[in-house]
Design a binder for this molecule. Structure first.
Ligand SMILES: [Zn+2]
Length: 339
């Protein structure tokens, strides 16, 4: 397949702001690519007032930029996070959200992050579940993730998001962002369907990596935080009989879900509750829920990183489930604008 290429003109300038760098893209000299300095998170766009270009007058990378180590991911000028495979003569070799090879000159480099948060689904086709109130899972997941990322960043824990707005990202690329950055922990955020049995407590499910103690601990901590944050809300909950922190395996005995199987670090997939359940969908549309759910996510991840707590809610027997015809692949994927 043809590579997808993003090319912008290169500039021989050292400007003070990312905004100016973008405006200056008509320059045509052949010096090194100019990148804005790294942010550890994608939660806030670069502030033009404080962003400084890490290049000298010749357009070369400064010592400060070289000291920061290799660039492992980029935030494109349109705010899309992409994995970086290496440098080329024009800038950086990247993987587009749809998984195609690309090349890009401008962007905000990401050298490292401790946490990857993955808002499930995205794009026109891949909406995920849709509540009876019209709330789309892709939007809900993104809202929870962005709020949690902000909380973690405020606590000094760096976060990268695998999706930053409403576009499609196949599972392979989501996992690759976390893998390239070698994050310590990755959480994929979802809201469930279809509705199961009625329950007095939330039917939160955290899918952990089979026989991985650290993933299991992460799952137990998130289960504990999410269920205790949601239980006070007075709604009619829905649950599966084996809800908890558990492994889900396919017929080959592997982790069934791509966002559990593909990451190379402790990772889990969290189903906070049932968007298909009318009373839960109504709750999920409120600020109170978004605040509680995102704080629970941040607290669970924070406890994983900073304590040796073990969590709770473990279900020892793996669930057997083989997802069929999933929507996490690249078929029909359309890349968002990257420049
Ligand atoms: Zn989902």
């Amino acid at each position: 397949m043809m590579g997808f290429t993003v090319r912008m003109s290169r500039c021989r300038i050292a400007m003070g702001t990312l905004a100016i760098l973008l405006l200056a893209s008509s320059c045509t000299t052949g010096e090194r690519p100019v990148l804005a300095p790294g942010l550890d998170a994608t939660t806030t766009p670069p502030d033009p007032e404080t962003t400084e270009a890490l290049v000298d007058d010749d357009g070369d990378r400064t010592a400060a930029m070289l000291d920061a180590g290799p660039v492992r991911a980029l935030i494109t000028p349109t705010g899309v996070v992409v994995p970086v495979l290496g440098e080329d003569e024009n800038g950086y070799r990247i993987v587009t959200p749809c998984g195609l090879d690309g090349s890009i000159v401008w962007g905000t480099p990401i050298h490292s992050a401790r946490v990857a948060l993955d808002p499930g689904h995205g794009g026109e086709v891949e909406t995920g579940a849709v509540g009876p109130n019209g709330l789309a899972e892709k939007d809900l997941n993104l809202d929870v993730v962005k709020r949690a990322a902000r909380i973690l960043e405020e606590r000094g824990i760096s976060v990268v998001l695998t999706r930053t707005s409403d576009y499609r990202v196949p599972l392979a690329v989501r996992a690759q962002i976390g893998n390239e950055l070698d994050v310590e922990v990755m959480v994929s955020v979802h809201h469930n369907a279809p509705t199961a049995n009625r329950s007095p407590i939330p039917g939160t499910e955290i899918f952990v990596q089979l026989e991985n103690e650290e993933s299991r601990r992460l799952g137990g901590l998130l289960y504990e935080e999410i269920v205790s944050a949601l239980t006070p809300f007075d709604v009619s909950w829905s649950t599966a009989p084996d809800a908890g922190a558990l492994a889900v395996i396919n017929e080959n005995g592997e982790n069934s879900y791509g966002m559990v199987r593909r990451p190379l670090m402790p990772a889990v997939l969290a189903e906070f509750g049932y968007l298909s359940n009318p009373s839960e969908a109504e709750l999920f549309a409120t600020e109170a829920y978004l605040d509680a759910a995102s704080l629970a996510l941040a607290d669970g991840v924070g406890r994983f990183l900073e304590t040796e707590d073990s969590g709770s809610g473990f279900v020892d027997e793996p669930r057997r489930f083989s997802p069929g015809g999933g929507t996490g692949g690249a078929n029909g994927c359309v890349d968002p604008a990257l420049e």
